[in-house]
Design a protein around this ligand. Structure first.
Ligand code: COA
Length: 427
């Protein structure tokens, strides 16, 4: 196969290099296009734009394949822990026993936030969305670690701090919303058990994290840990490309994740199912509504920019939701409704033609609900899971000698030059 592509513009021919990835993904390298031709490419929503070369996550949306550093997501979900998977994403290899111990210890001993920061929580109303608190608190961490402003130093230390403290901030924002005292982390607990402790323990009674829930949380976080160049990760990379510090870059990523078309979808799914239950709308009726474009209703938790097949993460979560709820003897009618809705959508030509399948958000909310996590915390859970991916991608970018500040171009469509008129002359 030729390793160049030919482009003809205004009668002149240009050769553009072809880049091939390790899984045979192909791209036309247009880095020098504007310099050579004066043209730029236009790709709204970056549907065809490769923003970087990356060795972290491989995703094949047609086949429904997702691998971190080459290891299938199914393998990691079955055998790994969130801490180990985070190490894999950050360092490219599974840790040795020694490396695992060190990494795990660092996460344990950096879990507290500065006492002064606890007072920040008092400044928020109890009704504040925890994503607003999370993004501001993460950015505020840079005020407490001024050395983080030098992004090329101490990246590993900043990463560990952030990985450990994010779950503390998340749990404290929940405690604030329910008016309960904040529960400090406990060093004898594992990463996920510690999070459940900070969320659900109270000083009034003994709390033992349920091992099934700890395992379920590990799997949920592993499944969310990275997803290559999605909206929030691209945001983290873009902000980081200006050499803003890691906390600032991740804080921007948290904001990007918040939207209902991205991480906010897990909350939107539960709200959609709740509304169907309240209005007694059948799955068929709801699917008809979704198909009517004028109604502007979307089937939340369905469809994906990249997956044109069943999202492999949704497959694992669907199965896990059934197992966990059965094991706990919970009969959640919402799970049944979700399954019926999925069936109704997957057998409908509208969804078949557009290759719309359940994505990671369709079943994750049901699991969070079973753990007792309130709906407005769902996107926060997504953020905790996605954090190692954000950091790994940011680190990869910083270590790339060819890294440049992200700065897309545009095609200007506004007025051509015109002159200022004085206010008195304007009608
Ligand atoms: N419900 C109903 N129709 C949907 C749909 C959904 N969830 N997702 C996509 N479609 C339809 C669109 O209306 C469009 O139809 P058209 O070709 O007739 O205009 C077609 O499928 C393509 O959708 P589009 O919005 O162009 O795809 P996208 O790649 O820009 O968007 C999402 C991807 C994820 C934003 C989109 O599928 C969505 O909004 N899903 C619901 C939110 C969600 O679950 N987000 C979490 C993602 S992990």
């Amino acid at each position: 196969m030729s390793n160049t592509a030919k482009l003809t513009l205004e009668g002149k021919e240009y050769e553009l290099p072809v880049v091939v990835g390790s899984e045979n993904e192909k791209a036309i390298d247009i880095t020098r296009l504007r310099a050579q031709t004066g043209y730029i490419t236009l790709d709204t929503g970056y549907m065809n734009t490769g923003a970087t070369r990356s060795a972290i996550t491989y995703l094949d949306g047609e086949q429904g394949i997702l691998r971190y550093r080459g290891i299938p997501i199914e393998d990691l979900a079955e055998k790994s822990t969130f801490v180990e998977t985070s190490y894999l994403l950050l360092h490219g290899e599974l840790p040795t026993q020694e490396q695992w111990k060190r990494f795990s210890n660092l996460l344990t001993y950096h879990s507290m936030i500065h006492e002064d920061m606890i007072r920040f929580f008092d400044g928020y109303p109890a009704t504040a969305h925890p994503m607003a608190i999370l993004s501001s608190m993460v950015c505020s961490l840079s005020a407490y670690y001024p050395e983080s402003l030098n992004v090329f130093e101490n990246m590993d230390m900043q990463s560990t701090r952030l990985l450990s403290k994010l779950r503390t901030i998340a749990a404290f924002s929940y405690k604030k919303s329910v008016g309960q005292p904040m529960m400090y982390p406990q060093n004898h607990l594992s990463y996920c058990a510690n999070f459940l402790h900070m969320m659900f323990a109270t000083p009034a009674e003994r709390y033992e994290p349920d091992p099934d829930m700890v395992r379920a949380l590990n799997i949920l976080l592993i499944l969310h840990a990275d997803h290559e160049q999605n909206c929030s990760t691209s945001t983290v990379r873009l902000v980081g490309s200006s050499q803003a510090n890691l906390f600032a870059s991740v804080s921007a990523g948290i904001c990007a994740l918040w939207g209902p078309l991205h991480g906010g979808a897990n909350q939107a799914v539960i709200e959609m199912l709740e509304e169907m239950q309240q209005t007694k709308l059948s799955c068929k009726e709801f699917v008809s509504q979704v198909k009517d474009k004028k109604a502007k209703v979307r089937l939340m938790g369905f469809g994906h920019r990249v997956y044109k097949n069943y999202d492999p993460r949704a497959k694992i979560l669907k199965q896990m939701a059934q197992v966990i709820l059965n094991k706990k003897g919970v009969n959640d009618p919402m799970l049944q409704l979700a399954q019926e809705l999925e069936e109704a959508a997957l057998s409908d030509p509208f969804f078949i033609e557009r290759k719309l399948y359940p994505n990671v958000d369709f079943y994750s909310g049901l699991l969070y609900k079973a753990m007792g996590i309130p709906v407005n915390m769902f996107t926060v859970m997504f953020a905790i899971g996605r954090l190692p991916g954000w950091i790994a991608q940011c680190k990869e970018m910083m270590e790339d000698p060819e890294n440049k500040i992200g700065r897309p171009r545009q095609i200007y469509t506004g007025p051509t030059e015109r002159h200022y008129t004085a206010l008195a002359d304007r009608k």
